[in-house]
Design a protein around this ligand. Sequence first.
Ligand code: UD1
Length: 416
Amino acid sequence: MNKIIIHGGFPLEGIINIDGSKNSVVALIPASILSKSVVRIYNYPKISDVGVLIDILKELNVNTKINETYLEIDSTNINNTPLITAKMGSLRASYYFMGALLGLFKEAVLRLPGGCYLGPRPIDLHLQGFAGLDCRYEIDDELIHLQAEKLIGREIHFPFPSVGATINTMLAAVLAEGKTIIYNAAKEPEIVDVANFLNQMGATIKGAGTSTIEIIGVKMLHGTEYQVIPDRIEAGTYLILGAMLGNPLEINKVNPHHLKALLSTLTNCGVRYDINDDKIIVHKTDKLLPTNIITQVYPGFPTDLQQIITTLLTQCNGVSTITETIYSDRFQNCHELIKMGANIEIDNKQAIIKGKTHLKGTEVVAKDLRGGASLVLAGLIAEGTTIIDEPQHILRGYSNIMKKLQKVKANIHMST
Ligand code: UD1
């Protein structure tokens, strides 16, 4: 099994270009089948989750063409094959095939989604969205069967915002009869991106990015060409790295508006950065200040950056806290950081991080995607050699991470 090997403790300098958003593209790929035509997605991230979704498309007799610049998806001859292979269970976002296939065929059989373990991750709200459009469902032995005579647009009131359930309901509703209104919708930039993509294919969606989304069903969609938004979590990861090691680091091709919560947290920690259009230049900060972070739905501090900023908090002078409100078990990386010398206590939903601690390289395990990224950052600031086992979790979501880091002079490679 491959491992990531890092010789840490050196400053980094140069430019890191950010790729398209993982959490957008994993929805755009299933969404593309609603066109029953040809769709080209530009600026897609080169991550293993995209490869898995392409394999799933093949099972549906959907052709794909992929090169450095774009991913082309031709669903003209799509079949409604039951999606029951293990690939469906290897990532969370396979759940978007539920909404897309239901929308297109009014029926689908699928294996339930997998993905990183962050505590229980139910899909009851997704099912509430489908049921709200007059769909029936049965779950039996890890398979779900969705079926509707016809999908009818209605009002759907979610008890709290969910990214996945909001997008899945949009996917199912674009070809439904009449008007669907989603109340308490999630407002993440990826939801706006998916709505823009569907609208470019001929859908009528208004209000994405607010808590009320209105969808007027249309009879059919058509092909399009689309540019994915920059990945705010990838950008945030390298900004946090730059705050510790940037000499300086220039994070390029970002949308700073999507990073407001992180940037204000970095300001609280005393980090120096300059924003220039789609670039952020970030400097290593010697005297980092402690802070208190609470994860929240967008535009609050994203849970996906919580594990990554923990590494920075180990370098702040004083006591910091992180309160995780979205997932019940998202501190697994802390146990690995402790092995490297971090001083972290976990108290239910809160991590208490006492700094500044001197991290030393050792062998650690990437247990999930963002937790794995937090260990890469820790390895880069630590003295000596860090070995990260199970790097496949990291490659699920970071486009060309090895090359990008090597280009800014990081001493990092993958063992064979
Ligand atoms: C998406 C992102 C993930 C991010 C999360 C929150 C993708 C592929 N993944 O995940 O990276 O961490 O948003 O920003 O885009 N919940 C339920 N029932 C449901 C659905 C969700 O109880 O049917 C709960 C979840 O367990 C969690 C909370 O709602 O506690 C938010 O989850 P949600 O916004 O749905 O996250 P995901 O779509 O799974």
